[in-house]
Ligand binder design. Structure first.
Ligand code: GLU
Length: 448
């Protein structure tokens, strides 16, 4: 797809303070899809202003996870490389009177909160710092108190937007606290850098979790204060466990765990693309097909329930569609296309292929047969003729000569030839085992 300037730009903005979990993956996917459907750009923005908690190993892991999922960003940006831009915006807002210093300690703020909550009031910051006179400020500074900085919300400017998922959203700015945007040590909190980046990077659509709804209200005023048109916003309902609760497990479930369990990236994508929407979750491995139905208006407001069993079902169905070329590199040594086709219906993950392939390469488990069955297997050995369809030929011949049918006809043969009571289709497996080996196995079983 080509990108044109009128099309949209989305971003995924993880903080590299840990591995991506399934909730982040979903946000990344939806942003990637939102850009793709319009031929727009999907940007990866590393939110690494927190120097202490951000780690390079997580940045690398985020890149690797996105690559594994096939969510390739058009470009990567890093907040730590953009501190000058934040400083400039900060100065601009300060000059415009939209930022003010505040001197309360954490404890003082906590106390104020408790008092308000105790009176049954919302814990909105009382703007005491804004009321300080020049002298009072100077006195604080003289005591050596360094201020943190708050963005002054404009209480006259009602905040409203048409949310891509939630519809019309309205906030009364007086019901919000002026957010702290910078710490006393000069480091940045999330709010301002994100807005500055969204402006500078030409982000046209911000799609993120509904935990950011009130941040959006604040940021809309920041966009305006910085002279920029706010982007379109959409807030998706959160991802919860299948019991309907935010679960710790989801927070730790990431690409490594999925990969280890043999979950294909296409299964994760197929599930997360549709989960929480009005569209059915289906094992669609073709991204173009998923993209064709991607539409924010199908997103529901109820939490999306992530069920690992559902992921496994989608995964199995996707594995069953996978072509040899796509899996070749991950198959056991020597396993060819016919081998993959024989084994594929019996596996739910590629990890399980080896177990079945061993039935072809051997050695197989020895099964103890009774005398009568050994006799039957001796007959099988002499009836075996190697043609196009040795299994079909063998079983028809034995059916006729012995009168056996069903389980009595098939099971001893399967057991003698594979050491198992069940498994891949014998018609496909027997040619792979090969004539010499098949004869050796039958002879061995017949001897007991
Ligand atoms: N780094 C922020 C987060 O992970 C980004 C939020 C946003 O999308 O603006 O929550």
């Amino acid at each position: 797809m080509t990108s044109d300037p009128s099309s949209i730009t989305t971003r995924f903005a993880p903080s590299p303070t840990g591995r991506l979990h399934v909730g982040n993956i979903r946000t990344a996917l939806h942003n990637w899809m939102l850009a793709r459907v319009s031929g727009g750009e999907f940007v990866l923005r590393i939110d690494d202003t927190d120097a202490e908690r951000s780690k390079e190993e997580y940045v690398e892991a985020i890149r690797a996870d996105l690559a594994w999922l096939g969510l390739d960003p058009a470009r990567e940006e890093r907040q730590s490389a953009r501190l000058d831009a934040y400083e400039a915006a900060f100065e601009r807002l300060r000059e415009a009177g939209r930022i003010y210093p505040a001197y309360e300690t954490q404890q003082e703020l906590e106390l104020k909160r408790k008092v308000l909550l105790g009176r049954g009031k919302p814990p909105i910051y009382d703007r005491a710092a804004l009321a300080l006179s020049e002298e009072e400020r100077a006195a604080k500074e003289a005591e050596g108190t360094r201020p943190h900085w708050r963005f002054k919300l404009d209480h006259e400017e009602a905040i409203a937007w048409e949310d891509g998922v939630r519809g019309a959203v309205k906030f009364d700015p007086a019901q919000l606290s002026d957010p702290v945007i910078r710490r006393a040590d000069g480091s940045w909190l999330y709010m301002l850098p994100s807005t500055v980046d969204d402006i500078d990077m030409g982000i046209t659509q911000v799609l993120r979790g509904e935990d950011h709804v009130s941040n959006t209200a604040v940021q809309i005023q920041m966009f305006t204060a910085l002279g920029a048109e706010p982007p379109s916003f959409a807030h998706e309902a959160l991802l919860v466990g299948k019991e309907g609760k935010l679960s710790k497990r989801l927070g730790s479930l990431g690409c490594d765990a999925f990969r280890e369990r043999g979950i294909e990236p296409e299964a994760i994508v197929a599930l997360l693309a549709r989960l929480g929407t009005s569209l059915p979750v289906e094992p669609i491995a073709d991204r173009a097909a998923l993209l064709a139905t991607f539409d924010l208006s199908t997103f529901g407001r109820a939490p999306a329930k992530f069920d690992e069993a559902e992921l496994e079902r989608v995964n199995t169905a996707i594995v069953h569609q996978m072509e040899y070329a796509a899996v070749k590199a991950r198959l056991p040594e020597g396993m060819d296309e016919a081998g993959w086709h024989a084994v594929r219906p019996n596996v739910s993950t590629i990890n399980e292929v080896g177990e079945w392939w061993r039935l072809v390469t051997g050695p197989i488990e020895a099964v103890a047969f009774d005398g009568e069955t050994r006799g039957y297997l001796t007959q099988a050995l002499s009836a075996l003729e190697w043609g196009d369809d040795p299994w079909g030929a063998l079983t028809s011949a034995l059916k006729e000569s012995t009168g056996r049918k069903g389980k009595a006809l098939f099971l001893p043969l399967r057991q003698a030839l594979t050491g198992m009571n069940h498994g891949p289709d014998m018609g496909e497996l027997l040619p792979l085992i090969g004539e010499d080996e098949a004869r050796a196995r039958l002879a061995h079983a017949a001897q007991g």
